[in-house]
Design a protein around this ligand. Structure first.
Ligand code: GCB
Length: 597
């Protein structure tokens, strides 16, 4: 009997631990527009313990024990160790961390004095990939996912005076992670984005969504969400430049609806107009720069503000090419975005994960539309029981963060997944539905490369395209797959004849300045790459309903699987520009093409 009771008890305890663990894994969704809040930055130098043996967990380094008696000693200390800059990846900051995929413990001390009517949040822009966060020796939560923000409320945990935050940042690959084991970019680990302490009054503006009403060019539709005891409040939405002073009231759940019309100048790449919008409740005020535009697919065309647009795009990874480091600052963003502008683009595909918030808002300010993507990349274990929750959380964290950025026109929910992977269709269809329910004002897209290419004919058939607003297709004809006929005579057999087609990736590799036979791929010459571009452009003329193209990619970037030491040396060389900033011959071809569009 006793034995049976013990078994039950153990069962309950295990269940409790699983639930607790799931709670931690979910983390807390970050408040909107963190950079506009009353914040104290925790950026700068953090002390670290590099933990290649994974010993920090059982030694419980977050406790920072000190010897009590003369015979005591502690086998860890942050003191005496190195410092790392936050924000920033750890790999590029110290030689011994160059190839690290593992754990680094970070520590930062801060002083605080929180008044009794205030709340305090510890906010992270992103930590790649798993973060366990401790405050003053106590675990306050965890977050999974390397590219989206999260926060923990520490109102009742912060001490007057000195406090210590310790973060376990772990970038090990996970089979059931997003992405999974294999991907073609550098796995930069660490606290890669800003860390802030954000102070609010008891009831604060947690979230808001203000965009043009679907189908309208002058009506703003949305909502504001308050968080706190004082849920029912009068709220004003002000746009001084337009003399808008709109009043609304939040309900007992803190939710206020917004709908008003105004003679808005619409945002577009030619006129990236944004308005200062002030949201003022009785207890909080947040200001944002918000633009308004509509984006839709009508028939086989993409319409921006009601007019057909040809999408002149480029793929970008979040890497500062000159430093070989994760891009994190506004200057890093400008390097990438200025280069996209110079190429002649009107859209940047921020591949293959949500890039930093400053990248998105800078692109919007510069008149570049943004393609936002979650790291659902190639071989994802869709049938893993934890996957649906992870997919949804990551999608929600991206959409939540960027939903007021009119520059963002596309939510991309997957790249190169395969119909043969168990549960792939079911999981991605459900994800699409959830994304559209959250935000129906933008396009939702899946990027697919399962098409056949035989006898110079493309066969585009993947049923997942039924759930994608664009037939977004990656093809590397001329590089991974040789041409099978004249590019100008390519035939298309597309099972979705009424949808716009977008070539989301194409290209080939070249090492800047490489000489060698220009008609052989194995010498990585610029001429060989340039010829791929010439042929592709001819082929583009054969594509029915073509609405845009997007070369892979802007700059050469670090990718450890690229091991040809003569030509690649740890770099994917499909850049139109080298990592030193040299434009390759293909750059000029693409630039000319975009001038004609
Ligand atoms: C692809 C992937 C991209 C790769 C690229 C390549 O299809 O989507 O992430 O890096 O090909 O260079 O092979």
């Amino acid at each position: 009997m006793n034995k049976q009771r013990n078994t039950f008890l153990m069962g309950y305890i295990t269940l409790f631990l699983i639930v607790l663990n799931t709670y931690y894994a979910l983390g807390q969704t970050a408040m909107i527009n963190a950079q506009a809040r009353n914040a104290k930055s925790l950026n700068g130098d953090w002390q670290v313990i590099i933990d290649p043996a994974g010993a920090g967990d059982y030694r419980q380094v977050w406790q920072e024990k000190k010897p009590q008696k003369k015979t005591d000693f502690i086998e860890y200390s942050f003191d005496g160790g190195p410092m790392l800059k936050v924000p920033g990846d750890f790999n590029s900051q110290r030689c011994e961390l160059t190839y690290t995929e593992g754990t680094v413990w970070y520590k930062k001390q801060f002083n605080y004095n929180l008044k009794s009517d205030r709340r305090l949040f510890l906010h992270f822009g992103a930590v790649n990939y798993l973060a366990d966060v401790y405050l003053n020796g106590e675990k306050i939560g965890s977050h999974e996912g390397g590219y989206t923000p999260f926060q923990f409320e520490i109102t009742n945990k912060v001490k007057e005076g000195e406090n210590t935050v310790i973060v376990k940042a772990n970038n090990n690959r996970k089979g059931n992670g997003l992405p999974g084991y294999g991907y073609d970019w550098f796995n930069y680990g660490g606290i890669t984005r800003d860390v802030d302490l954000i102070e609010t009054l008891n009831t604060y503006i947690e979230d808001y969504f203000l965009q043009l009403k679907k189908g309208s060019l002058d009506t703003v539709l949305g909502w504001i969400q308050l968080n706190g005891d004082n849920a029912k409040q009068n709220i004003q939405v002000k746009i001084p430049e337009l003399h808008v002073d709109y009043q609304t009231w939040s309900d007992e759940k803190g939710l206020a609806k917004v709908e008003f019309s105004s003679g808005l100048q619409l945002w577009s790449p030619e006129n990236p107009k944004r308005y200062k919008v002030i949201i003022e409740s009785e207890t909080d005020t947040v200001a944002d720069n918000i633009g308004f535009r509509s984006i839709e697919v009508v028939g086989n065309q993409v319409l921006l503000n009601g007019n057909p647009i040809f999408i002149k795009a480029v793929n970008i990874h979040e890497e500062n090419p000159y430093k070989g480091a994760r891009a994190s600052s506004i200057d890093d963003a400008k390097i990438l975005l200025n280069a996209a502008k110079e190429l002649g683009c009107n859209l940047v595909r921020l591949a293959h994960y949500p890039h930093a918030e400053n990248m998105v808002s800078e692109a919007e300010e510069m008149g570049l539309m943004v393609w936002d993507e979650i790291p659902v990349y190639q071989h994802i274990q869709f049938s893993d029981s934890l996957l649906p929750q992870k997919l949804e959380t990551m999608m929600r964290e991206m959409v939540n963060r960027d939903k007021n950025r009119c520059g963002v026109v596309i939510w991309s929910l997957s790249n190169e997944t395969y119909p043969g992977t168990p549960n792939r269709n079911e999981a991605l269809i459900e994800l699409t539905q959830k994304c559209r329910a959250l935000d129906s004002t933008r396009l939702t897209v899946h990027v697919i490369n399962t098409q056949g290419y035989d006898n110079n004919t493309f066969n585009v058939w993947d049923p997942l395209y039924n759930y994608s607003d664009l037939i977004a297709l990656n093809e590397y004809i001329g590089w991974y797959i040789p041409w099978q006929g004249k590019p100008s005579e390519t035939k298309w057999n597309i099972a979705f004849p009424d949808k716009p087609v977008f070539i989301s990736e194409f290209g080939g590799e070249a090492l800047y300045g490489s000489d060698g036979p220009t008609d052989e791929a194995a010498y990585w010459t610029e001429e060989y790459q340039a010829n791929i571009y010439k042929d592709q452009i001819e082929m583009f003329n054969t594509i029915p309903n073509l609405c845009g193209v997007c070369p892979w990619l802007l700059f050469d970037y670090r990718s450890l699987g690229r091991m040809n030491q003569l030509y690649q040396n740890g770099y994917n060389r499909k850049g139109l520009i080298s990592e030193k900033g040299q434009k390759k011959k293909a750059w000029y071809i693409m630039n000319e093409y975009y001038k004609t569009k």
